[in-house]
Design a protein around this ligand. Structure first.
Ligand SMILES: Cc1cc2nc3c(=O)[nH]c(=O)nc-3n(C[C@H](O)[C@H](O)[C@H](O)COP(=O)(O)O)c2cc1C
Length: 171
């Protein structure tokens, strides 16, 4: 049954969860973001939408680069920690086991155990309502085909469902 409720309807979108890493003056931060997506193929661009009050905003705005690590489905706890604590008051790397590996082209490291990771250089920033849109040119990408993505739906973390029986048009 369809319900008309503009506020509640916001919970009926479905996203991935990225761990966005940033670095400024040797300090490294990580935050969770459901609002990131691939927005161009050639150039390969990823957009990340970050609230202005986040420390991550300050760090990406000043450094001009960020890492994107898409959570696998056993990383819900990391997504919870990175998304519910701020660098302002916590060193999130001490609150949970965020294992990292070094990036090749940017300063912030990337998170181990994810389904994919991307090194991004900011080529544009603009305002989208109450969030900043950072458009990142992807300089390097990594993936692990054995991992499955963490899905975020109705405010909770989920496993992805199975492949459907009929052939997908992109198969
Ligand atoms: C699952 C999840 C997804 C989130 N997605 C976003 C997002 O896309 N953009 C955003 O600005 N904040 C998002 N947040 C909130 C930030 O991760 C949170 O405010 C974080 O504490 C910011 O950390 P910082 O101040 O260290 O940057 C999300 C939080 C959670 C738990």
């Amino acid at each position: 049954m369809r319900v008309a409720d503009i506020s509640e309807a916001q919970n009926f979108t479905t996203t991935t969860v990225a761990l966005v890493t940033s670095e400024l003056n040797e300090a490294v931060n990580v935050m969770s973001a459901e609002w990131t997506l691939r927005v161009s193929i050639e150039d390969f661009l990823i957009a990340a939408f970050v609230g202005y009050e986040r420390e991550t905003y300050r760090m990406i705005h000043s450094s001009g680069e960020f890492g994107i690590s898409y959570c696998s489905d056993n990383q819900g706890y990391l997504a919870h920690v990175a998304g519910n604590h701020s660098f302002k008051s916590h060193d999130k790397f001490k609150l949970a086991e965020f294992n990292t590996f070094p990036s090749k082209h940017i300063k912030p490291p990337l998170i181990e155990g994810c389904i994919s990771n991307f090194e991004c250089k900011v080529i544009d920033e603009f305002k989208t309502g109450d969030h900043a849109a950072f458009i990142g040119k992807v300089l390097a990408g990594y993936y692990d085909s054995e991992k499955k993505p963490l899905v975020f739906h109705k405010g909770k973390f989920h496993h992805i469902g199975g492949k459907m029986a009929y052939d997908h048009p992109f198969d």
